[in-house]
Design a protein around this ligand. Structure first.
Ligand code: ADP
Length: 345
């Protein structure tokens, strides 16, 4: 339960401190995700040419892939001030209304984890997004009076790790919907090299590639592993991180060649050793591992699925033959009764 998670893509205080210096500030500095970037570039240019606000933007994808960064870039390229907040930060509708009615023109509002906005609170966003209007209700019961308040046009940028949990009503109000994918190692190597440059860390291209390959397709993890490998290099008196130094550091951190850490391996091993390879339900996995099911679904599983080690089916989670091979375990003899082997043939 307490395995250190070096590649955990959720933000920690050290990340926050460095975020300011490492965060790309323009679309040109933002590495990878080319199709998405080019689309955004066109939408931004078109809105600017018309002198209109940009349509509301929904960014979805696993944590640490650049949703917050992109929201700030979009705002900057549109020349907007941006207010950053998150779904769970709102405990009642009044807080959202206060934010919406703040005196400010030309602004973007970023709501992270927008799927976690309460249902009633969310309903106040609909008229605000659609007609730049909020409905205020004064008094209760028979004395209740409704007022409409007009807002300055704004762009809402919502981010979510779970697009599937958004209500259709919410989702349909975003004119621009962008999905962020895990980054290929070649893009992450550029990110590692750029970050090393900013932080004054010596690294050659093989060293950057080694860190990139083991960063779970996630820029935040890549930046974090770079810093930890730098620590090892510094203590070992190495000035320029090469492939060997990176490999040694990452191995000492318990990050294997695919970027898996102890929790990932425990997750796969559990399915193999206790559930015959699967299928197994998420709540069962959560109890057996002593981890929140949200952590498993947001952080652990997307990358295991992306790496071809895990499948999510209607019956539950199942490991693939690659998982057995990766863990150095022997697959059981072929089962023709329709079990794991039967399915895979
Ligand atoms: P999310 O909001 O999706 O969790 P962030 O936007 O906070 O992710 O990104 C995490 C960190 O990764 C940022 O501080 C930034 O330095 C880095 N990062 C993310 N995407 C990129 C990118 N495309 N190019 C360079 N650095 C990136």
């Amino acid at each position: 339960m307490n395995d250190p998670r070096w590649t955990d893509p959720t933000e920690n205080p050290e990340d926050q401190e460095l975020a300011v210096s490492l965060r790309p500030r323009t679309l040109d500095e933002f590495i990878g995700q080319n199709e998405l970037k080019e689309n955004l570039r066109v939408f931004i240019q078109a809105a600017r040419q018309r002198g209109e606000v940009l349509d509301h933007v929904l960014l979805h994808g696993p944590p640490g892939l650049g949703k917050t960064t992109l929201s700030q870039i979009v705002a900057a390229e549109m020349g907007l001030e941006i207010r950053l907040t998150s779904g769970p930060a709102f405990t009642n509708s009044a807080e959202l209304i206060a934010l919406l009615t703040e005196q400010a023109d030309r602004r973007a509002i970023f709501i992270d984890e927008i799927h976690r906005l309460g249902k009633v609170i969310e309903e106040h966003l609909y008229p605000a997004m659609e007609d730049f209007r909020v409905e205020l209700i004064i008094d209760k019961g028979p004395n209740a009076r409704h007022f409409n308040m007009q807002l300055e046009p704004f762009t809402l940028i919502g981010a979510t790790t779970r697009a599937g949990l958004l209500t259709p009503a919410m989702r349909s109000r975003f004119g621009i919907v962008c999905h962020l994918d895990f980054y290929p190692a070649s893009d992450l190597a550029i990110i590692v090299t750029r970050s090393a440059d900013i932080l004054g860390i010596g690294i050659n291209s093989e060293g950057a590639m080694e860190i990139a390959r083991r960063s779970r397709g996630t820029p935040r993890a890549a930046n974090r592993l770079l810093r930890r490998v730098r620590d090892y290099a510094q203590v070992d008196g190495v000035e320029v991180i090469d492939q060997k130094t990176a490999d040694r550091g990452l191995t000492r951190l318990g990050v294997d060649h695919l970027g898996l850490e102890a929790l990932d391996r425990r997750y796969l091993k559990l399915i193999i050793e206790h559930f015959g390879g699967g299928p197994v339900g998420i709540s069962n996995m959560s109890v057996s591992l002593g981890e929140e099911s949200d952590t498993l679904e947001d952080v652990v599983e997307p990358f295991l699925i992306q790496s071809g080690l895990l499948k999510r089916t209607s019956r539950g989670r199942e490991v693939t033959p690659h998982a057995w091979v990766h863990l150095g375990l022997e697959m059981p003899p072929e089962d023709t009764s329709g079990g794991l082997q039967g399915e895979l043939l």
